[in-house]
Design a protein around this ligand. Structure first.
Ligand code: ADP
Ligand code: MG
Length: 408
């Protein structure tokens, strides 16, 4: 949709904000935007330039995102809260209209990409802990200090900090910014970029190959885990939360239906009202996925039941029966539950537990499974009021205890 009201077509070496930013390569795109790696000639750093579609509803959404990101940046002058930093924002006039643009701190691959690179096997637990600490630091800041609900937390919206950040990387010396469109052969710029990109990708792959050893060690029945490498080639596995396009202030909820399906909290499905605890539910789903490589809930509709009903059934099969009071008091409760709090259309549930699942399906040791379940289960309380806050989660022994103890 590179047309009126749509995306702004960008070519390598295009200029933005009166020549301050120079487009280097396309990084990705979302529903509303394209994101480009750009060189900031003022700070001599790379930024991620998010260029919004121009139609009024997209401009509106971008204004909202800029407002939220500005509050986030203003409250965190040291940029230490594990949330992406907005460096600058401006308007850019193109043939398809006016586009709002955000210059964001340049980050690396998403945790979803990391899980994929790792062939959906789950990461070493001490890395999961490290990433969980980052995500919880971000949530604690957003929730407690700013009163912001992210509403779309998931591995795709969490980016690694330093995997391919050229400005922090020894490889930087090769990473010469493109300042002008190459004359004649327009592909020249592309080939320089892809050579660098290939090297960065190879390094990321090598590092990921090394962190994926855990499952082999646990799964071979020998009870031995290979030691984690001491040097991860500068990849520190801290990460930051991104994509505030759907975030809202807690006192002004944006929509009834929030969150991406698999990370959606029960109170959102039942429309019982939501707050910060909905992000906590998504966090628990995300941490599970990092540890196992698979989504905790991947519901589908079927014969005689909807996706929502399958989802609720899966939640109860893993976490136990939903208390009747919770099940029956949402605006949509009557669609799914009878007055006893039993699902109307899915009658026989196969109950299990999180620690059994971790042992039986994902081959965790009993101790690892017990510890991870003791961390996650309270966050997966059906009653949002009972879920621990991000601040409380940061105090949990699973995150505080020496990360090496669970490795043995
Ligand atoms: P949308 O709101 O349109 O979904 P996102 O903010 O999720 O846009 O960005 C779309 C994609 O652009 C992301 O999935 C990611 O690949 C890339 N991206 C976004 N922000 C950054 C960043 N700060 N650094 C590097 N890549 C980014
Ligand atoms: Mg997105």
């Amino acid at each position: 949709s590179y047309r009126k009201g749509g995306y702004h077509a960008v070519r390598i070496a295009d200029n933005f904000s009166a020549g301050r930013y120079i487009a280097q390569k396309k990084l990705g795109w979302g529903q509303f935007s394209t994101v480009w790696l750009a060189y900031d000639t003022q700070s001599s750093k790379y930024v991620a330039l998010k260029i919004q579609k121009s139609a009024p509803q997209f401009a509106q959404a971008a204004m909202h995102e800029i407002e939220i990101l500005s509050a986030i940046a203003a409250g965190d002058p040291l940029n230490s809260k594990s949330v992406v930093r907005l460096e600058d924002s401006f308007k850019h006039a193109g043939p398809n209209g006016q586009h709002l643009c955000m210059a964001l701190e340049f980050l690396g691959d998403s945790l979803l990409r990391l899980i994929k690179y790792n062939r959906y096997k789950g990461l070493e637990l001490h890395r999961v802990k490290e990433m969980s600490r980052c995500i919880l630091t971000a949530l604690d800041y957003l929730h407690r200090e700013l009163r912001i609900i992210h509403t779309d937390l998931k591995p795709e919206n969490i980016l690694l900090c330093s995997t391919i950040n050229p400005s922090k990387d020894p490889i930087r010396s090769d990473f010469t910014p493109i300042l002008e469109r190459p004359e004649g052969n327009t592909n020249e710029g592309v080939s320089v970029m892809s050579k660098i990109e290939r090297r960065l990708k190879q390094r990321a792959k090598r590092a990921v190959a090394r962190i994926s050893e855990r499952r082999i060690g646990i799964g071979d029945g020998m009870g031995r885990t290979p030691k984690a490498p001491r040097n991860l080639d500068g990849i520190d596995f801290t990460c930051k939360v991104v994509d505030f396009g759907n975030a809202c202030w807690a006192d002004t909820p944006i929509a009834d239906e929030i969150q991406t399906r698999q990370y959606r909290a029960p109170e959102v499905i039942l429309q019982s009202g939501y707050s910060f605890a909905a992000d906590m539910w998504s966090f628990a789903c995300t941490a599970f996925e990092l540890a196992t490589g698979e989504m905790m809930f991947a519901p589908k509709n079927g014969q005689g039941f909807s996706e929502d009903e399958d989802h609720l059934a899966m939640m109860m099969e893993l976490l136990g029966k939903m208390p009747r009071k919770i099940a029956t008091t949402g605006a949509r409760s009557k669609e799914y539950f009878d007055r006893y709090g039993d699902l109307k259309r899915i009658r026989r549930l196969k109950y299990g537990s999180l620690d059994r699942l971790l042992v039986d399906k994902y081959k965790f040791s009993d101790a690892d499974a017990r510890e991870l379940a003791s961390f996650l289960c309270p966050i997966l309380d059906f009653d949002p009021e009972k879920r621990p806050t991000a601040e409380q989660c940061l105090q949990h022994p699973w995150l505080i205890a020496d990360s090496q103890t669970s490795e043995v």
